[in-house]
Design a protein around this ligand. Structure first.
Ligand code: SF4
Length: 332
């Protein structure tokens, strides 16, 4: 049975870019692969970048990320959902992988170059990040990894590490393949400045758990097609982020109505945005209600995460046993 692994950064409240780009896909893959789909909140990765790491909020953000994923429909009974630091085998395998990975290859990683350029003192953990990521995936012999295209280099390195290990110690790991969800790259920020992303601040994002009136305030002032200077000017919904959002949130009839209305100046931008808000409300209200239910029952969330760690360890431990034996560690 193929096995899927995906790491989720504990960045607190996810936005609709995360939802349409990754989380919804997790739910679908979970239906298909069941317990062989593993979703891991990667808190060990989160501490590698001192610029983004806040120890006061890490536990809370990890918890919130679990709540958000459960709220969008990821069922911890059906999939394996856990927190990276609860499965210490990730670190053990990562260490072995660092011994197989040339420093030069790690230094060539684009993400490392970008992040380290912003730091005065670069922690070794930031350099080792891709070895830990390779361990995350290969610890479960996962062969399918849903990622954004910015992770291509890391997946290539994971394949390389798998090949090196297999060559040095005998056939052990599959070479995993990346599965891209290209929608993630096309969701524009609500401030009109490129792709939606947390690093650009909350003015660019629409949180899936954000209060609806706050979302409306952002949509109300969001830029539209600059060709529509006056209400009577026709526009092009393909050149407007509100047009893009309609494709995510509105039904086909509404999309046809507002697209035609925009092109003929039959609808004003505020009315078009109100139509969009109806779709946003219909989409996010049940998710937000479920999130409130989970927050009101933190023991359920904690128990689900603890159970996920037990399930993940049950998969990881025999593979780690195999690795230890092949590497030649003394077994007592
Ligand atoms: S009518 Fe809608 S799609 Fe067209 S420019 Fe205005 S907000 Fe954008």
């Amino acid at each position: 049975m193929p096995r899927v692994f995906s790491g989720i950064q504990p960045t607190g409240e996810p936005h609709i870019g995360n939802y349409f780009g990754a989380m919804r896909n997790y739910v679908n893959l979970g239906e298909e692969y069941g317990k062989n789909s593993l979703y891991c909140v990667v808190d060990l990765h989160a501490i590698t970048n001192p610029a983004a790491f806040d120890p006061q909020r890490l536990a809370q953000r990890t918890f919130e990320m679990a709540v958000a994923n459960f709220a969008v429909g990821l069922d911890p009974q059906k999939v394996t959902f856990f927190v990276q630091s609860h499965v210490p085998e990730h670190q053990e395998l990562s260490w072995i992988f660092t011994t197989l990975t040339p420093v030069g290859e790690l230094e060539r990683m684009t993400q490392y170059k970008d992040k380290s350029a912003q730091l005065e003192s670069v922690p070794a953990g930031l350099l080792m990040y891709p070895a830990l990521m390779a361990a995350d995936i290969l610890l479960y012999k996962a062969d399918t990894v849903p990622v954004g295209e910015d992770q291509t280099q890391h997946i290539e390195l994971t394949r390389e590490i798998a090949r090196k290990f297999n060559h040095a110690f005998g056939e052990t790991f599959p070479e995993p393949r990346a599965v891209y969800n290209r929608d993630a790259l096309r969701i524009p920020g609500v401030d009109g400045n490129g792709k939606m992303g947390k690093s650009k601040g909350e003015t660019s994002t629409i949180g899936i758990l954000e209060p609806l009136d706050s979302i409306w305030q952002k949509l109300r002032v969001a830029p539209t097609d600059p060709a529509r200077v006056r209400r009577t000017d026709p526009g092009d919904p393909e050149k407007c982020l509100i047009g893009d959002y309609h494709k995510l949130f509105s039904d086909l009839d509404t999309i046809e109505l507002v697209y035609a209305g925009c092109r003929t100046a039959g609808i004003g931008c505020i009315d078009c945005k109100k139509k969009l808000m109806e779709g946003v409300t219909a989409h996010l209200t049940p998710i937000q209600a479920r999130a409130e239910d989970f927050k009101a029952d933190p023991d359920f969330v904690r128990d689900a995460i603890a159970q996920g760690a037990r399930e993940a360890r049950a998969l990881a431990q025999p593979i780690m046993e195999e690795v230890r034996e092949k590497v030649g560690f003394l077994k007592l």
